[in-house]
Design a protein. Sequence first.
Length: 622
Amino acid sequence: MKKTNVLGTLFFGVSVFAFAQEQTDLTKEQQLEEVVISDSRFELKRENSGKTVIKISKKEIENNQGRTISELINTKSGIEINGSRSVEGQNLGNFIRGGNNRQVLVLIDGIQVNDPSMLANDFDLRLLDLNTVDSIEIIKGAASTLYGNAAATAVINITTKKASTKQISGSFLTVVGTNQTQDDLSYNGASFTNNVSVNGTVNKFSYVASFGNRYVDGLSAAKSDNPEKDPFSRFNTNAKLGYKISDALQIDAFASYHKFKTDIDGFPAPTYSFADTDDAFISEQSRFGIAPKFSYKNGSVKINAAFSKIDRALVSDFGATYDAESFVVDAFNKYVFNETFYTIIGVNYSDYKSVFATEKNYTNTDPYLNVVYVSDFGLNINAGARFNNHSEYGSQLVYSLNPSYSIPVNSGYAKVFGAYATSFIAPNLSQLFGFFGANPDLKPEENVTIEGGLEFSNKNGFRVNGVYFNRKEENTIIYTSGYENATEAATVHGFELEAELKTIKDLSITANYTFTELKDGVRLRIPKHKANASLGYNFCKNTYASINYQFVGSRTDTNFSTFANEELESFSLVDLYFSQHIIKNKVKLFTSVTNVFNEDYFEILGYTTKGRNVNLGLHINL
């Protein structure tokens, strides 16, 4: 209780300080107006968007080098990436607004990515290297009308790095760090990350090629008296090519290969209790695709097409292999009638296959329409509809209405916004036909999300917003002795607060708080209270430092030795980061210290969490 009160005081203090700074206007430096894309697929000023879209910029990524994608996303409001603080290679639970993995859709460069053989049909963020990412946008709440099946609680839109305008450019990054528990602070090198990239533009041709690898050792997945080490290794290769045929026609193509192997612990016979074992998990994914775009007066036509092949293997007493393929095509026409009226009409086709006892597959063919109205008197409307056509479950209409109203206030705006949206989530192949607990009679989940909020922002660098959300789930897919639909509807509600302060030159302060509550029943590992705060300061053009704080409230988890639920205690983490450019924009040294006070806690009951750890890194741009 004390930690929660301290947290509330911290957030209130930041907000009050922000208002004070806005009034005194300590700097005349104007901030560029933020533009968001993912919630409408058009470049809109934030004040004209009816959502609280989270933007993780290229600069923020550079100020968090040494982290993983899941660790960075986990600092944002409404989001809990469970497993990101545990042993490297731990399964990740994407709990956003009280939802789960199968309600979160991941896009890479605008193209859906998922794994039909996974229990949740989701994309495994452990495959990706943050050093290949240029920016991330996260839409919280239902976005199924624009993005289809699974986009019920969030869409994570990851944009990879683009080609330099130079003929040839390159970068090299290496990070060496520790990987230790709270009880063993030996500070031995056990974490190694490398990434090299070559890119450029020659006449009408652009290219990006990169390779990365990561190896982490030193910890055991199971927390035990005599732990054995469970190492994690991953490598990534990526290539992007682009050719500008004319001012109107551009063709982009890409190919990537990601693979990781992690040792894990399991439930060996005959006790079937959680213990150190020699189990392992291997996952590899090959992707390639093409994205032609034709631009014409006031509009454009684009096709995003991608093929993915996934091979996974679980090595244990209950081992299995998983082979899957997916083919996704999203063709859409964007048209701007004028400065107030934007439309997008398209069709999304996907074909998913996975091999269990036999090969199984299903297809989706979804036409969709979205309309954006931006008035000159403050009213903005984002509305859309999608007609889901599922080969197993027939047709289902989903729709959304997202109005907002903004008024100018001094050098900024105040905005009120709301949304009503429906989502349709079909059971995935693993739940229908998989090796464990399959049920071919499952019904699709149906979600209705309502949200509303307020936002204030000015051009001096201050922004604060708050949003209330309420989501009702019907036919929720649960696991008992096998997969089944819950007989009663579930309702999750809560609210999020965010504050950002950049009114003082070279100083940046951000804070967020999330309250999440399930009205009936239990959701495992989802904290009711969670908050983050960050303070970053540029001492000069070449020197940057930041301190980050995270509070995670108590959660419910299951003890798989007794199969009884237990309450996990709240915990607080403090991280430090420091960087120094030896040669401006060319050579940078950086270091980070995570869990500075060596907090001892359980993130997942029975699993090891990371203690105090140190990273040292070098980044070279050529």
